[in-house]
Design a protein around this ligand. Structure first.
Ligand SMILES: Nc1nc2c(ncn2[C@@H]2O[C@H](COP(=O)(O)OP(=O)(O)O)[C@@H](O)[C@H]2O)c(=O)[nH]1
Ligand SMILES: [Mg+2]
Length: 426
């Protein structure tokens, strides 16, 4: 999806420009007043339109770069977290302003087809509509069998596909029902035309609901200290290795990276990360008790990034989480530590939620999901991020270091959710 912006003295002027350039296919994401009306100066509004790549007309001037390429994201816009109901209302309001509200034929029979249409074309059209109606009723029948009739009995056929996709994705049922309810209430008539436009509307709403932390690099004189916590075997150490490689070799600027291993239970399983540190020629410190933690951070003060691996925290093992907590408390450096909870995408929403609750005492700042290559549903991830409002920073999509790491984006997650994980789209 491309994000395009258009400006005008009123929102509808900006919208008119958008329509002239890209037609009706775009969807309004946001309207901003970027300049207030004052003496001798008109107000200036900016609208942000999302449009699928293949819907951009060839006549649209390519020189206009997508928003993301035009300007770096500001700190405040790093976390994209919108109120879903407002988003839906906003989209609907603008559609109401601009789109002529004409009634769509309720059924093929009642359609007032203009007499100028060739009979042959009319026949083909009728056949197509018939096929579509069949498809819809099949899908409708599939979901009509399910329990909890309250919401489902209200779902019009054109919403059936999207409801099925949402339910199959492992999304929390309550979240899905809320989403459907709001979509039903606010979706403009024009967009209900067919299941493809419904899907696109739904996609836009979903994108807006996922909190994402865009990657940002340390500014001069500062450093980023990132601690990965989470159950055993979820991929923390592998992810630390991927991040270390990314920051020290794979970005435009090469950053100095240092590693810390919290082995508070003296399990001795630090060899794995030692190996990576040796390969990448990175400094590494092993910490077994809280006082050592501060000195380890201090000894890596020459680094731009300090990545902290933790080990041996099974989700039920409060004791081990407590040890990590003590280390965090013992941090007497001025560095702020970002605590990233790492969880596999292959477990169901309820288990993700329980894991989150177990680790929440550590003050989780961000979420990272691993093993996206090992699952088919992504609604569980969506629901956890939506429920906890904790932004997602990265996804791990395989075992390969450093390649199988993806910077989180709502586009990527929603694409996975609706169409499955596809390695070629990474
Ligand atoms: N398929 C898959 N395997 C992964 C991924 N991330 C890590 N692993 C594997 O999961 C296992 C445990 O990883 P490790 O980093 O040791 O987990 P830790 O105990 O949390 O540190 C290893 O075999 C990794 O190769 C991933 O994204 N996809
Ligand atoms: Mg490990």
């Amino acid at each position: 999806m491309k994000i395009l912006t258009f400006t005008g003295r009123t929102p509808s002027e900006a919208l008119k420009k958008a329509k002239m350039e890209i037609g009706d296919e775009g969807m309004l994401i946001e309207t901003k007043e970027i300049q207030k009306k004052s003496l001798g100066k008109d107000a200036l509004y900016e609208i942000v339109i999302g449009i699928e790549d293949d819907m951009i007309p060839s006549t649209y001037k390519k020189s206009k770069k997508p928003l993301a390429e035009q300007k770096p994201l500001k700190k405040e816009s790093e976390e994209i977290l919108f109120d879903i109901s407002n988003a839906a209302k906003q989209i609907s309001q603008i559609s109401d302003v601009t789109l002529p509200q004409y009634d769509y034929p309720a059924s093929p029979k009642s359609s007032q087809v203009q007499t100028s249409v060739e009979p042959k074309e009319l026949k083909a059209l009728k056949q197509d509509i018939g096929k579509l109606a069949d498809k819809i009723s099949t899908i409708q029948n599939m979901i009509w069998d399910e329990k909890s009739p309250d919401i489902e009995s209200q779902i019009p056929p054109e919403f059936a596909e999207i409801y099925r996709l949402g339910a199959q994705s492992g999304m929390n049922k309550e979240h899905l029902n809320t989403l459907m309810q709001i979509t039903l209430e606010h979706m403009p008539l024009k967009m209900r035309e067919n299941s493809a436009t419904v899907k696109r509307y739904f996609q836009t709403i979903l994108r807006k609901m996922v909190p994402i932390r865009m990657e940002s690099t340390p500014s001069v004189g500062t450093k980023k200290v990132i601690m990965l916590v989470g159950p055993t075997g979820v991929g923390k150490t592998t992810s630390i290795a991927k991040l270390a490689a990314r920051y020290s070799y794979l970005m435009q600027k090469r950053y100095k990276v240092g590693l810390v291993v919290l082995d508070t239970y003296r399990i001795g399983a630090v060899e794995q990360l030692m190996q990576y540190a040796r390969m990448m020629k990175l400094g590494i410190e092993t910490v077994v008790d809280p006082p050592e933690f501060t000195s380890a951070l201090e000894s890596l003060r020459y680094c731009d990034y300090i990545l902290i691996d933790t080990m041996g925290s099974s989700p039920y093992d409060k004791g081990k989480i407590e040890k990590i907590y003590e280390c965090l408390q013992a941090n007497h450096t001025q560095y702020n530590i970002d605590v990233v909870l790492v969880m596999p995408s292959s477990i169901k929403y309820e288990d993700l939620k329980m894991t989150y609750e177990n680790f929440s005492s550590l003050g989780v700042d961000m979420l990272m999901f691993t093993k996206l290559d090992e699952t088919i549903g992504f609604g569980n991830i969506f629901s956890l991020a939506y429920e906890t409002k904790k932004p997602i920073s990265y996804f791990s999509v395989g075992q390969e270091v450093p390649d199988d790491l993806v910077c989180a984006s709502s586009d990527f997650l929603i694409e996975c959710l609706l169409n499955g994980f596809n390695r070629s789209k990474v």
